[in-house]
Design a protein around this ligand. Sequence first.
Ligand SMILES: Cc1ncc(C[n+]2csc(CCOP(=O)(O)OP(=O)(O)O)c2C)c(N)n1
Length: 302
Amino acid sequence: MSDLIYEAKRIRMIEELIIERYPLDVFQSPVHLSIGQEAVAVGVCSAVNSEDLLYATYRSHAFYLAKGGNLRSFFAELMGKVTGCCHGKGGSMHLASKAVGFMGTSAIVGSTLPVSVGAAFALKKLNLQSIVISVFGDGATEQGVFHESVNFASLNKLPILFVMENNQFAVNTALEARQSYDMEKLIRSYGIRYKHLGESFNPEEVKNAVENVVREIRDNSNPGFIEIDTYRYLEHVGILDDHKYGHRDVNRLEVWEKNDLVRNFEYDKSRLIEIENEIIEAYNLAMSDPSPEESDLYSDLK
Ligand SMILES: Cc1ncc(C[n+]2csc(CCOP(=O)(O)OP(=O)(O)O)c2C)c(N)n1
């Protein structure tokens, strides 16, 4: 097993620290956690280069971290501190770190899709070798702009990988109650190569599958689409378990936890302690960082 499982575990430990400290009111931001889904972000990000440009959603702590985003700036952003990756003005739902190709996230479902397609269009026009990775949830495919975006990407043969992170739910509504279309047929009807990766617990497996699609995109300058099944352990937004409310089947959680590699892997204890120390140090540094001044209010507006 490679380092990827440690990267996934690191991300889970970071979100677990958020859960632990959230009641202290240190974070100036709602949080959409992705505990349970880490293999997707780690697998996808390890299959692309740092020059490749990734766009994602409000549920993107894992993608920011897996793409190499700075940890202190991450905590600082959630705390509204001036050292945050967006100077404390974006919060958890609007992370960005252009230095590592993490281009941006948004609270509006589906809204980074057309932006990411525009970036892929620019890369092609400028004859650059990088590709774009556009990450979104199953719910985003119900937005009109999703269809406009994949259509435009296909017509223009853009170097873009669409990653559908399918956790089966949009807030509290299950996929079966929301969608009448067959995703594979739909995407193939746009002339886009489609791959469905079933429930994915292992970042290594995700990496291998994504690498194959990425190779095709680079060789042929054609879009690719990968759907990856996963499961979110906690409520849509916040730090609590919502299975007791009845809209999600607790058996599903139990099966997922049983197979959860991040949970069940036998880690080297000393490596985990190193990771824990790194996380605590970054958190403490962010805590001691200053908040923005009133005079910062109108900076960063363009
Ligand atoms: C345009 C728009 N419509 C509705 C919402 C409210 N909303 C926030 S998250 C969400 C569900 C999205 O589900 P999905 O795309 O599957 O992502 P997930 O939260 O599961 O990661 C909805 C409907 C919104 N933020 N933006």
